[in-house]
Each structure stands twice: as C-alpha cells, then as structure tokens.
Design a protein around this ligand. Structure first.
Ligand SMILES: [Zn+2]
Length: 69
C-alpha cells in the first residue's frame, strides 16, 4: 500500500498504482511570454488517460507515452 495517495485533478478519483503510467503530474506555467521572474508554476496529479482524454483530438496525437516504452 502506498503511503501517499494521489487524487486526479480531472476526474476527482484516487489514482491507483495499477496502470502503466500513473500517477502522472501535469504542470502549468504562467506568463510564458514574460521574463522568468514573472512566471509561476504549479503541478497537478492526474490519470494519464484523463489527461489524454482532455486534449483536443489533434493535440492528443502528440501525447505518445505508449510509443516510447
Ligand atoms: Zn482521472
């Protein structure tokens, strides 16, 4: 049993250890067009499949962890 429990930021369910890529983390960066000192970063936990499903289909093609294994 894992000591740390992860909850998916997209579906709200807990993330179990069973899948091939989970738990995943998604980072968001603010102000990418500004100087680094003005940028902020925060990471959220999620299921790989939830993140993949949230992407627009044309972008989803670029998420290819399956092909990198
Ligand atoms: Zn999820």
């Amino acid at each position: 049993m894992a000591l740390v429990r992860y909850h998916c930021a997209i579906c709200g369910e807990s993330i179990d250890d069973g899948s091939q890529f989970d738990p995943c983390g998604v980072s968001i960066f603010s102000n990418l067009n500004k100087h680094e000192s003005e940028q902020l970063e925060q990471m959220f936990f999620c299921h790989y499949e939830c993140f993949k499903g949230s992407l627009e289909p044309g972008v989803r093609e670029y998420l290819n962890f399956e092909d990198q294994k």
